[in-house]
Design a protein. Structure first.
Lengths: 503, 271
């Protein structure tokens, strides 16, 4: 099973691997081993080494990427709620020319061009320049933000690629490895880099923790924040600044193309699990941490795989799981709720049909009669557009809840509990019908269908309000129907069904 | 409601600037060089319920936002209790339009109301029990304390509107600016908001409310501002809320002015 999955992974990320291999001559050999043996299954020792954190370097790298994931999850929550997630993407793409320029300038000054602080400083400058360009385009022209984002993202990235080409032509520097910022590579990370990433990430989290209230207000209701005198522009810039820092420190591990995923996916996944912003942030931090941790561990085990891709894949797996199984906002639970509502609606239709059948025949007045009259299923079939199979299912469920009792599979009667429930349902249905006729000007002949659509979701508070609005004399337990009930019109058909029953 | 009694008693009495809740002088606001409100000039009396009435696009929300400095003024000046808004904003409670926010935000009604206290709580400090208790009181006042812990997207439109009202109430301000609080709310909410407006008046507070239902204007408001880009008229409801004035407000728009600015704008764009 596992080899198969790995082959798939390789197939998906092969283009990246090729580029890597081309850029890094050390990997050319391993490239051939990939094609030869299709996968490089790590030895038991490799797994053990990574998972027991035996290497000092692995330990530090995993520690750094975990903190990075936590910071990205936390800052990303705010960016997502502020609807600024794509700004982070444009920003990360805009860092590439800065990385190349920083390398050029540093080497020409005789400094080590590949030291992380130098490159990240360059990345920060050009990233901020990119954001400034977006704001300029938006404010000076009539282009909308999405156009500005697209322009800046592609132009800066293109310029960066061109600059990287130039850098590699030059004789002075050993530019190899700069491309790893595009896809992310933890292998080149040294302990001091990991410390830098970890500390910057922690600071970001601390700042956003201190400004939690204010950032929440900014994301929810900017206008109100301004009216209360909060420096919204400053807050917005702080949030953007935090996004910038997290993006920059993520460049090495995740890469600039995929960095956006670490900012967006954990918070988006977290949203499926909660309706509270605090919980959402906590879950996003945990998911981000797991993505960073597992992703970089995988990358340590499979040195050929870009760590950015591994981190994204781990994050995506958790996102998919949350999307499907998340409670209370995941797909499954919502489908289930809809199904339950449908079942409830069907049952209410069944009970109402039985009740109205008894009512039109004047059989309701005496309890013994109403509880002992058996009603043929065929009459119910005429009242609703149910298929016999569906009706059968509905009846079966109602029977399990002891609301009806069946006789020989084709007749049924209401139980005592069923009759009570039916009376309540019919009452509510008619309340709503009456409301539609009185207040919404719906024709009495049409009101039955209109009432049908909504009445099943009315809460008790609405029912109480309707009652105070419409029921003057509370002597009636069940309201009279405001329109003719259709069963009466279908009376001529019933002999046919009874004749069929007799055969 | 008691406009008849007030008619003789409170003819526009010149108030000292400190007592005038809102004074607007020659205010003009423009979007993309197109004026939205033009030369607006009025003062509102203290302790009154004031309605702002006008057709769609008349600049009602713009006026409220410009008063609070949420959008830049092209020209003119606004004073709140005799001082610039920035100096007196703690005395102002704002109820924005319900549609102005995304209600699918992961907070509950109580959290939203607590936001009205964030300024008071101060930077970097957490929300405490006493703040939550005050927010709860405000929710009780608007009659939705039972829904305090519901996520805000699960509230009905009227309940959402009441949550916003509670967020302004919790500040205990002297002047309330409300942007269409009665828009698309249920009867119970409308009743609750009217009751709260009346209570505010009893306490000597002032409310400036954008309103769209002309039928209820005389019942709800003592004082009316009729707005359609400029102020058509303002004053006691009984005097100002007349068919002629309404015709002027809702009838012909300032077509000439609008056309002129439109032409100007187009010419500028083509340059």
């Amino acid at each position: 099973m596992r080899p198969f999955v790995l082959v798939l992974l390789f197939a998906m990320f092969c283009p990246e691997c090729m580029i890597f291999a081309a850029g890094d001559h050390g990997e050319v050999q391993s490239q051939s081993s990939i094609t030869d043996r299709s996968i490089a299954i790590p030895e038991w020792n490799d797994w053990k080494r990574v998972f027991l954190l035996e290497d000092y370097n692995t330990r530090i790298v995993i520690f750094g990427t975990t903190l990075l994931g936590m910071a990205a999850g936390m800052i990303g929550s705010f960016a997502l709620l502020r609807k600024r997630a794509l700004m982070g993407d444009a920003l990360s793409h805009a860092t590439l020319p800065g990385i190349a320029m920083a390398f050029l300038i540093a080497t020409s000054l005789g400094i080590d061009g590949k030291s992380l602080p130098v490159l990240l400083a360059g990345a920060a400058v050009s990233g901020l320049l990119g954001v400034a360009t977006i704001l300029l385009i938006r404010n000076l022209t009539r282009l909308k933000e999405d156009a500005a984002l697209g322009i800046v993202l592609s132009v800066f990235f293109g310029a960066g690629i061109a600059l990287l080409g130039i850098v590699q032509q030059m004789k002075t520097g050993h530019a190899a490895g700069l491309e790893s910022f595009i896809y992310g590579k933890t292998a080149s990370m040294v302990a001091s880099d990991a410390w830098l990433i970890g500390c910057a990430g922690l600071s970001c989290m601390l700042i956003s923790l201190l400004m939690y209230k204010e950032l929440t207000l900014l994301c929810f209701d900017e206008g109100f924040a301004v009216s209360r005198g909060f420096p919204v522009v400053l807050l917005d810039m702080t949030l953007m600044g935090l996004v910038v820092v997290v993006t920059i420190i993520g460049l090495q591990a995740v890469g600039l193309i995929l960095m956006i995923s670490l900012l967006v996916i954990p918070p988006a996944a977290a949203r499926f699990w909660t309706e509270k912003i605090v919980n959402m942030t906590v879950v996003a931090i945990i998911l981000g941490a797991l993505s960073g941790m597992i992703g970089s561990a995988m990358s340590a085990i499979f040195p050929n795989l870009p760590s950015g891709a591994m981190i994204v894949l781990v994050a995506t797996a958790m996102f998919l799981f949350s999307m499907v199984f998340g409670v209370p906002r995941g797909i499954l639970i919502r489908k289930l709720r809809r199904h339950q509502l449908n079942m409830k609606v069907n049952r209410q239709h069944l009970l109402r049909g039985l009740y109205e059948f008894l009512e039109t025949r004047g059989l309701l007045n005496e309890k013994q009669i109403s509880e002992s009259t058996f009603i043929p299923l065929s009459t119910l079939l005429q009242m609703r557009s149910w298929s016999p199979m569906k009706l059968h299912k509905i009846v079966k469920r109602a029977q399990q809840d002891q609301l009806v009792v069946t006789l020989q599979d084709d007749q049924l009667r209401l139980t005592k509990a069923g009759l009570l429930e039916a009376a309540r349902i019919v009452h509510e249905h008619r309340l709503w019908e009456l409301y539609l006729i009185t207040y919404a000007d719906v024709a009495p002949s049409k009101v039955d269908q209109d009432a049908d659509a909504i009445e099943h979701v009315l809460g008790p508070e609405v029912i109480a309000e309707l009652e105070s609005l419409l029921v003057q004399q509370s002597s009636e337990r069940v309201l009279q129907s405001p329109h003719a009930i259709e069963i009466q019109q279908q009376e001529p058909n019933s002999p046919r069904s009874s004749s069929r029953r007799s055969t | 409601m008691n406009t008849k009694n007030n008619l003789t008693a409170s003819q526009p009495i010149p108030l000292s600037p400190e007592e005038t809740p809102v004074s607007v002088y020659d205010l003009t606001v423009a979007y993309h060089r197109k004026p939205v409100i033009w030369d607006v000039d009025f003062q509102i009396p203290s302790g009154k319920l004031v309605g702002i009435v006008g057709p769609n696009g008349a600049g009602k929300s713009t006026l409220l936002k410009a008063i609070m400095g949420l959008i830049p003024k092209a020209s003119g000046r606004v004073q709140i209790f005799g001082k610039p808004y920035q100096k007196n904003r703690h005395r102002v409670g704002y109820v924005p339009q319900r549609e102005s926010v995304d209600w699918d935000f992961p907070v509950n009604a109580l959290d939203v109301v607590t936001m009205g206290l964030y300024k008071e709580i101060g930077w970097c400090l957490p929300v405490r029990k006493k703040h939550r208790a005050r927010a709860m009181e405000a929710l009780e006042r608007v009659g939705i304390a039972d829904y305090a812990h519901r996520q805000i997207s699960q509230l009905s439109g009227g309940q959402q509107q009441r949550t916003f009202l509670a967020r302004a109430l919790v500040q205990n301000a002297d002047l309330y600016l409300m942007d269409e609080p009665f828009a698309a709310v249920d009867a119970a909410t409308e009743k609750a908001i009217v009751q709260i407006l009346q209570d505010m008046k009893q306490e000597g507070k002032t409310a400036l409310v954008i309103h769209h239902d002309l039928q209820t204007v005389p019942d709800y408001f003592d004082y009316v501002i009729l707005l359609n880009m400029r102020v058509i008229d303002h004053g006691l409801t009984a005097e100002v809320f007349t068919p002629e004035n309404l015709q002027k407000t809702y009838g012909g728009r300032l077509t000439l002015l609008e056309e002129a600015t439109e032409t100007m704008r187009r010419r500028e764009q083509s340059l």
